[in-house]
Design a protein around this ligand. Structure first.
Ligand code: G3P
Length: 220
């Protein structure tokens, strides 16, 4: 499973990129607005940090404007994937942009039938939102499982990107479900490293080494 960061924050992206495990980035209007810079500038900066698919979302709601905005976003950098919401206009925009070879990520997917429409429209990526379904008392991960199954049944090439992942268990479940991509905030990616037995084991190794050879540096 590819790992994407769900942030537009450059410091977070730089820190994570250093680990060499970030395959791409997803942004949305809320995340871009948080950074306070025009989307074209912010996306261009992100493209300098991470060499992979970078999703940039349109804010228009009418298909023709979405298409116009999408074409402009796609010109920022060859890695830009244009993100559109799963509305009737969004699906129409996806069909047209996809035919022009612009790669489209269809976002705000909350049920499998919507994912079927996105695949039919030639979407490059579909983004089911796991955490937001959990928020309303549903089993968000079930949506990812169903989409993976439906796409497999018919050989759709659209990649399933599990979004709105809020905790490490969401990441593990996405991988088990066969999602192509999991996108997560920096905090969740950072949490994936953690296990108390890793810390305790390393501390013991260094202590044992130090007893025989030299004073070992303390484990961090
Ligand atoms: O980028 C879309 C998605 O990942 C948002 O997550 O936590 O705001 O539901 P969240």
């Amino acid at each position: 499973m590819k790992i994407f960061l769900d942030t537009a924050n450059l410091d977070e992206l730089r820190r994570a990129a250093e680990w060499g495990i970030v395959d791409g980035v997803t942004t949305n209007p809320s995340l871009i607005a948080k950074e306070g810079r025009p989307i074209e500038e912010q996306i261009a900066k992100i493209c300098e940090i991470v060499d992979g698919d970078i999703s940039a979302e349109v804010v228009a709601t009418v298909a023709e404007e979405m298409i116009r905005e999408g074409r402009l976003l796609a010109k920022i950098h060859r890695n830009v994937v244009v993100k559109v919401p799963l509305t009737r206009d969004g699906i129409r925009a996806c069909s047209i942009l996809s035919r022009e070879a612009v790669r489209v990520n269809v976002t705000l997917c909350f049920q499998p039938a919507q994912a079927l429409l996105a695949a039919k429209a030639g979407a490059y990526i579909i983004s089911p939102f796991v955490g937001r379904l959990d928020d309303i008392g549903l089993e968000g991960m079930e949506l990812v499982r169903q989409i993976v199954q439906i796409y497999r049944n018919y050989g759709f090439k659209t990649q399933v990107l599990a979004a709105s992942l809020r905790m490490p268990n969401h990441v593990i479940a996405s991988a088990l479900a066969g999602a192509d991509i999991g996108t997560m905030p920096f905090k969740v990616l950072d949490q994936l490293f953690n296990h108390p037995l890793t810390d305790r084991g390393l501390e013991q190794f260094l202590k044992d080494w130090g007893k025989v050879f030299q004073e070992a540096p303390a484990a961090r």
